[in-house]
Design a protein around this ligand. Structure first.
Ligand code: PMP
Length: 388
């Protein structure tokens, strides 16, 4: 037995360093926006999930301040004890209206929404089939549930069908899990194909709309709206922390599912309710998304402009994407880190994403509605200077 039971930690850290997988934080010293102050310098921000530029919007800030003045800073308890405010319910109704579902339930984060919903919906006698590229919160929710978990290759409907043919019958319930926009690639799940299989094999389908809410679909309702599947039975999860500019998560679906989760989702029942400030900011964001469709239009104008500029001016192949997330593959973690540093020196904030988050290293860019054409052009110039 080792003398020091903690000695392995330093050894593991050394291994992480050797592989160029070491991670550390970088402080932003300004409001979120298309440009931010990073380590004392203004940089153009391609590293944020604030797709619609709402996290620094004065109206969200004022809503958060007003809610704090009225209700205080903390919600002081779980929703079922002392934590519930009418504001939470207003937000749930607003989300259900945006998503065109019967009801919705607000969690304290998107991660907790996935953990809680998956753990409540399936158990030891059940099967989960899960896309290999799914977000950590879906993967960990699957483990927490105790169900048998089978991963299918990324977006491969044929292989999913093969797995269902082989295994579905042996289990009581089955839950198919998928991100709708894959967060580190930017591509979309094959939703119509997944829905067909869900029906054929009597499976529940849970889609994580974290990067699609406020971003995809004619009204910003998400990928489900984009594919015209809003009235189909499925369970939609999302976050309030990306295009909605706040913090928190949600599950949207039919009333019975939501009512069941209120009674069975451990990460909703046994955690403190979302703070009044976060709740009010998210509510204001949903209202703005519904009132100001021009934000969504600006986001897509920017995405299309940037893609076109890259195609015209750079001999670079982007990973396939149908979202504001655009990625350039690089051959190693070291090369991705180097590129991230060089871009930062050129005034561009675009993070290197490395294993174990993704199988292969890349630079990940996320486009915002509030980027100006000059920001996007500067990015293309900086890529030109640093890549070649
Ligand atoms: N799902 C996906 C696909 C995500 O990208 C994230 C956040 N990175 C989450 C869930 C978790 O959301 P939150 O940040 O609200 O916990």
């Amino acid at each position: 037995m080792p003398k020091n039971p903690y000695a392995w930690v330093e050894q593991s850290l050394a291994t992480i360093h050797r592989a160029d997988w070491y991670r550390s934080v970088q402080a932003i010293a300004s409001r979120p926006g298309a440009t931010v102050l990073l380590e004392g310098r203004e940089v153009i921000n391609f590293a944020s999930n604030d797709y619609l530029g709402l996290a620094g919007d004065e109206r969200l800030i004022q809503a958060a301040v007003a809610a704090t003045q009225t209700f205080g800073t903390g919600s002081t308890g779980s929703r079922l004890l002392s934590g519930h405010r009418e504001l939470h319910r207003e937000l749930e109704k607003a989300i259900a209206s945006l998503k065109q579902t019967e009801d919705a339930l607000v969690f304290s984060s998107g991660y907790l929404a996935n953990l809680g919903a998956i753990a409540a919906l399936v158990g030891k006698r059940d099967l989960i089939v899960s896309d290999g590229y799914n977000h950590s919160s879906l993967k960990n929710g699957a483990i927490l549930s105790g169900a048998m978990v089978i991963e299918y290759p990324h977006c491969n409907v044929e292989e999913l069908k093969t797995q269902l043919n082989l295994h579905r019958e042996k289990y009581r319930r089955c839950l198919i899990l998928t991100d709708s926009v894959f967060s580190m690639d930017g591509d979309l799940c094959p939703l119509p194909g997944l829905l067909e299989l869900a029906e054929e094999f009597s499976c529940m389908l849970l889609v994580d709309e974290a990067h699609a809410t406020g971003v995809l679909g004619a009204t910003g309702a998400g990928c489900v709206e984009h594919f015209g599947c809003s009235n189909v039975p499925l369970i939609q999860i999302g976050t309030l922390s990306k295009a909605l500019g706040s913090l928190g998560g949600y599950v949207a679906g039919n009333s019975a599912v939501i009512d069941f989760l209120r009674n069975r989702a451990p990460s909703w029942i046994y955690t403190t309710a979302l703070s009044p400030a976060d709740t009010a900011a998210a509510l204001e964001a949903v209202r703005i998304i519904q009132k100001e469709p021009e934000r969504l239009a600006s986001l897509w104008r920017n995405v299309n402009f940037l893609k076109q500029q890259i195609a015209q001016k750079l001999p670079l192949q982007l990973l396939p994407s149908e979202s504001p997330i655009l990625c350039f593959p690089l051959e190693s973690a070291e090369a991705a880190l180097k590129m991230g540093h060089q871009l930062k020196a050129s005034g561009i904030f675009a993070p290197a994403i490395r294993p174990p988050t993704v199988p292969t290293s890349r630079i990940r860019l996320s486009v915002m509605a509030t980027h100006e054409a000059a920001h996007l052009q500067r990015l293309v110039e900086a890529l030109n200077e640093n890549y070649f």
